[in-house]
Design a protein around this ligand. Structure first.
Ligand code: NDP
Length: 292
């Protein structure tokens, strides 16, 4: 049984992680749930998954959450410092970092210092402090398992290749909702259109970052640190179907790719189950003849 702390359980990644955990309750147990402001969903999740601790980031909501959970054996905390502290608990094995933006950094540092395996969704942590995080993880002998689908793909392609450093990696990008539009057309696009990603269902920030392609820039930086590569070893190509999640090219010229239907539960499950692949029933099996 692996005991999981989910930082940002009320978000897109957090909710999908809970789906995975619910489907594999014989393997995973929820130890900690944290949220920013969505107290109603946090309370609902706490009642459903019975974690030992929950943290609501917004301190003014503490009383509401505590009162709602008073008849359950769940300890309720509030504030950002409690999020940093909750990952230090002995009972936590894996910390899934699914908070958004810079807010994920300090809790991730705290988890690494306490020797927790990191399932890393919060790419901004690597963008703002990749050098520090990779050094700390090495010093503390902590594994960082990527959750971002492209980085999970690279990580999977590198399994069994410890003596074969990559020549380069190829990150795929769908191109987002505005692929093919010219500059004049781009002047007229709206926020609502930017929030409609053609392939992935994600939180608002990453969806907007995908529409502007900023997300791919962040992913290049994330990959640079996660896989210790030079910037010139990282290439980006457009692949609108989002079936090939990314590729690794080796020094003999051969390329390994990881493929799958675009569903974040797959890389989340891989990260939580690593090094074991766990049977999944949520994903229709991929049929080549469905390709256009
Ligand atoms: P969401 O916006 O859907 O969720 C963010 C979560 O973080 C929510 O639980 C939110 O709480 C919480 N949160 C936000 N700010 C704070 C804060 N200051 N203090 C405490 N908690 C906070 O984001 P996503 O799930 O889409 O993304 C999470 C991370 O994963 C991002 O770094 C993103 O880049 C990365 N990622 C996401 C993918 C996806 O498919 N969604 C794919 C690959 C990477 P609340 O809502 O309660 O306020």
């Amino acid at each position: 049984m692996k005991r999981i702390a989910i930082l940002g359980s009320t978000g897109s990644i957090g909710c999908q992680a809970l789906d995975v955990i619910e489907n594999h309750s014989q393997r995973f147990e929820v130890e900690v749930l944290t949220a920013g402001k969505n107290k109603d969903l946090l309370i609902e999740q706490a009642i459903r998954f019975n974690p030992r601790h929950v943290v609501i980031g917004e301190e003014s909501m503490y009383k509401d959450v505590r009162d709602a959970l008073s008849s359950f054996p769940i300890m309720v905390h509030s504030g950002y410092q409690s999020i940093i502290d909750c990952v230090t608990m002995k009972s936590v094995d894996i910390v899934l970092t699914a908070m958004v933006g810079f807010s994920g950094l300090l809790p991730t540092i705290s988890a690494i210092k306490n020797h927790k395996t990191i399932a890393l969704a919060n790419k901004e942590t690597m963008v703002v402090a990749g050098s520090l995080i990779t050094r700390m993880a090495a010093d503390n002998k902590v594994d960082i398992i990527p959750v971002d689908s492209e980085h999970s793909a690279i990580f999977q392609c590198l399994q069994g290749e410890s003596n074969n450093p990559p020549e380069k990696i190829i990150l795929t990008a769908s191109g987002g909702p505005f692929r093919g539009k010219n500059l004049k057309e781009l002047e007229k696009v709206t926020c609502d259109e930017a929030l409609k990603h053609p392939n992935w269902n994600m939180g608002n920030k990453i969806t907007i970052d995908s529409a502007t392609l900023m997300n791919k820039g962040l992913e290049v930086i994330e990959a640079r640190w996660l896989f210790n590569l030079l910037p010139e070893q990282i290439e980006v190509i457009i692949h609108p179907q989002s079936i090939i999640h990314s590729m690794v090219q080796f020094t003999d010229g051969s390329i390994k790719a990881q493929m799958g239907l675009p569903d974040m539960r797959l890389p989340i499950q891989y990260a939580l189950g690593y090094p074991q692949r766990i049977k999944s029933d949520f994903l229709p099996r991929f049929l080549l003849f469905l390709l256009p």
